[in-house]
Design a binder for this molecule. Sequence first.
Ligand SMILES: Cc1ncc(COP(=O)(O)O)c(C=O)c1O
Length: 374
Amino acid sequence: MSNKEFRERIREELEEIKKLGLYRKLRTVKGLNFSSNDYLALSSHPRVVKALSYSLAGATGSRLTSGNVNHEILEEEIAKFKNFPTSLIYPSGYQANLGLISSLCKKGDLILSDELNHASIIDGCRLSKADKIIYKHNDINSLYEILEKNHKNYKNIFIVTDSVFSMDGDIANLKEIKKIADEFSSVLIVDDAHATGVLGDRGRGSFEYFKIRPSDNTIVVVTFSKALGCQGGAVCCIEEVREYLINTSRAFIYSTALSPALVNAVLESLKIIKETDIVKRLKDKVEEANKILLRYKLIEERREVPIFPIILGELTMKVSEELIKNNIFCVGIRYPTVPKGKERIRVSITLNHKKEDIELLAKKMKESILKFSS
Ligand SMILES: Cc1ncc(COP(=O)(O)O)c(C=O)c1O
């Protein structure tokens, strides 16, 4: 293929993406930001920002070479925060899911994955040589039936689910899923990306919320990039799993360790969560948003977490563009991130929002929906 042919091919494929209405472009946030996962507003907290300067900017190598700096201090803290024996840090939440699932689930094993799981879980499943079956979203009967039919054919079975689904803001029925995992002697992997700092009275995540005690067959993935306001991820697990991942997980072994400066920042975020009432304040903010969005009939039911999907189908991108023009940054979410016909504006609420901001968002969104649907 000549240089010209190569460029032509890329252009044609981009045209195809545009024709399908799926073209993505980068934007810089302007105005009120309702698309951020910084639920506790920790990314700009003075103590977190200051903590960034306490250590090296770069880790200088993989954890197994020169990159093991202050990471074990954070691993101990994260494990305590989540009530697990230990944890292992990855440079991102994406890598944590990918690295965990692709190395732990092997040929001859079975993975059962919720149909709305995050892309990092899906990609981890794709890399794994285990068999995979997708169960209906948060559907306990679907999960049970699949297990009853298949469990005798496999030595190891892994059930994988988000705890809070990132695009819908609903919560997996973990109490029942854990019971099923125990009944079928399988391992339960829970992605607590949007639950950490959010769910449970102390913000410890889904296990605190459901009062589930971690056991040998439970693994929880944490991301530092949402409510903790930083970057990176961790797998909370038993010692044997940590040791196994250090020895086999390619996303861990072959990537430079998380920046030590960020490790310090995450440690500070955890301290703030433990020392202050920010988790409670976020819950109050979510209640405030519920009242406003229900009053404007933008949502039909109360939400427990700061994620509010406003499902607008084909109006989504028009409404989103109009809001962005009006300095309300609220991006539209399309296929393949969400199913066709379920395109939406995913409103996320953070402690940076005042009541008037949420009022303004609701008013402008309602006006824009009426304008484009008439
Ligand atoms: C449910 C879920 N899991 C994992 C990730 C990946 O985390 P990170 O952004 O830290 O790579 C995300 C974020 O996009 C997410 O929403």
